[in-house]
Design a binder for this molecule. Structure first.
Ligand code: UGA
Length: 426
């Protein structure tokens, strides 16, 4: 099939590469000059497992090409929209790129086209876009939300837990279903608004699971229980399940924070007060503040202290720092007279522009921690598990505190090396 993919970000580029690698001819549209220049040289502007090899393969085969504008006319049967839908300052979704692209596709299409919406848009958006731009055209609209996790997106594309197809046009639905031929996953065909809601409900549920276990972890500290055991004890119940029960600094990234805020506002603007979701958001916001408070009390005050912050990306195996709890911690620490050194295996360049100027970017883990009185582990990179903590202990200054923001290190081993250890709910 001939396919146009609009947007070469974390979702669009993965979709473009996977579709091109599965026998389709794909034109991927990317408006950003810098990203386009990199793609032109066969380099991915994002860090995603397996994407560089795929990009290389598809460019060699000629099944994938890049351009800056939507082709006129659109020479494909299918257009996949995967542009960003960031948060506005009030938490609502900025749909300006979506409007621009849907309008652009309408203006560039004479014949039949299926528009597949992969971008995350609030419930009701698809129907509004259809009314506003597509009435009277031969363009069909399908909502086909993505459930890709950053860092594992290529794997998730080929092994999804489900494929959701929201449409009121059976023929267009079949075309989208055909894209996933050979992929073994349940297919769920729904209305457009239900498909949009599934996307938000999935992210809101996972975010709520994280905030729930963080609340339990905070309770564990109050009553003297250990959250690791509690997580395992509840996660073994198949109705609860073991995933997303890791307590710590809370969720970040380009999805959960934005999508929970947007769903909350969408509920409010439709006359519903989604109180559980509000609490999820509030609890998540508190975790980083509580970590800084904990460090404050462990070090007997933060002023004049030398602290290392390890991990800046919102989770391991990505260079994405959007809404990373680590950045909040850095800003909160910088409100005090702290000498702060930070280190991340891949996200240093992305983080520099968002960190307070006085933060020192360390070239490696050992330079970051040398002489520090306290270390905060904010992202559970495997490099940190494998580190020589005995060496780090020797190079640090008293009282040698480790605040493990992801409950990722072995408390017993760390304490045996002479550190003072604190986790969340441990
Ligand atoms: C998330 C969803 O998992 C994907 O299914 C979805 O497609 C994607 O958002 C999206 O909407 O595009 P992602 O943002 O890549 O994917 O990250 P996750 O792996 O879900 O982690 C999100 C955050 O939750 C991270 O900051 C992680 O550290 C945190 N987390 C996760 C916890 O604090 N505890 C856990 O137990 C699990």
């Amino acid at each position: 099939m001939n396919i146009t993919v609009i947007g070469a970000g974390y979702v669009g580029l993965v979709a473009a590469c996977c579709l091109a690698d599965s026998g389709n001819r794909v034109v991927c549209v990317e408006a950003d000059d810098d990203k386009l220049a990199l793609l032109g040289q066969g380099k991915a502007p994002i860090r995603e497992e397996g994407i560089d090899q795929m990009l290389d393969r598809c460019l060699q085969k000629g099944s994938l090409s890049f351009q800056q504008r939507i082709p006129r006319p659109v020479a494909s049967e299918l257009a996949v929209v995967a542009v960003g839908t960031p948060s506005l300052p009030d938490g609502a979704t900025d749909l300006s790129s979506i409007h621009q692209v849907v309008r652009g596709l309408r203006d560039s299409t004479d014949g039949k086209l299926t528009l597949l919406m992969k971008s995350t848009v609030p419930p009701g958006t698809g129907l509004r876009l259809m009314r506003r731009y597509l009435d009277g055209t031969d363009i069909s609209y399908v909502s086909n939300p993505e459930f890709l996790r950053e860092g594992q997106a290529v794997k998730d594309w080929y092994h999804p837990s489900r494929i959701v197809i929201g449409t009121n046009d059976a023929e267009a639905g079949d075309m989208v279903s055909g894209l996933y031929e050979g992929i073994d996953a349940p297919k769920l065909v729904t209305s457009i608004t239900s498909a949009e809601t599934i996307k938000y409900a999935a992210n809101a549920f996972l975010a709520t699971k994280i905030s729930f276990i963080n609340e339990i972890a905070n309770l564990c500290e109050a009553v003297g229980a250990r959250v690791d055991d509690v997580s395992r004890g509840i996660g073994l119940d198949p109705r609860i399940g073991p995933d997303f029960l890791n307590a710590g600094l809370g969720y970040g990234g380009s999805c959960f924070p934005k999508d929970t805020r947007a769903l909350n506002l969408s509920a409010l603007s439709n006359g519903y007060d989604f109180r559980l979701l509000k609490s999820t958001i509030e609890v998540n916001g508190k975790q980083a503040i509580m970590a800084v408070r904990k460090m404050n009390s462990l070090l007997n005050g933060l002023d004049g202290r030398d602290i290392a912050l390890l991990g800046l990306s919102f989770k391991p195996d990505t260079d994405d720092i959007r809404e990373s709890p680590a950045l909040n911690i850095a800003s909160l620490l910088c409100e005090h007279d702290v000498k702060l050194r930070v280190y991340d295996p891949v996200a240093m360049a992305n983080a520099r522009q968002l960190l307070p100027e006085e933060v020192i970017m360390a070239p490696d883990l050992y330079t970051a921690t040398e002489g520090a009185q306290g270390v905060i582990l904010a992202t559970e990179w495997s490099e940190f598990f494998k580190a020589d903590w005995a060496r780090i202990r020797k190079s640090m200054s008293a009282p040698c505190v480790i605040l493990d923001g992801r409950n990722a290190l072995s408390q017993e081993k760390i304490e045996a090396l002479g550190f003072r250890y604190a986790g969340t709910g441990r």
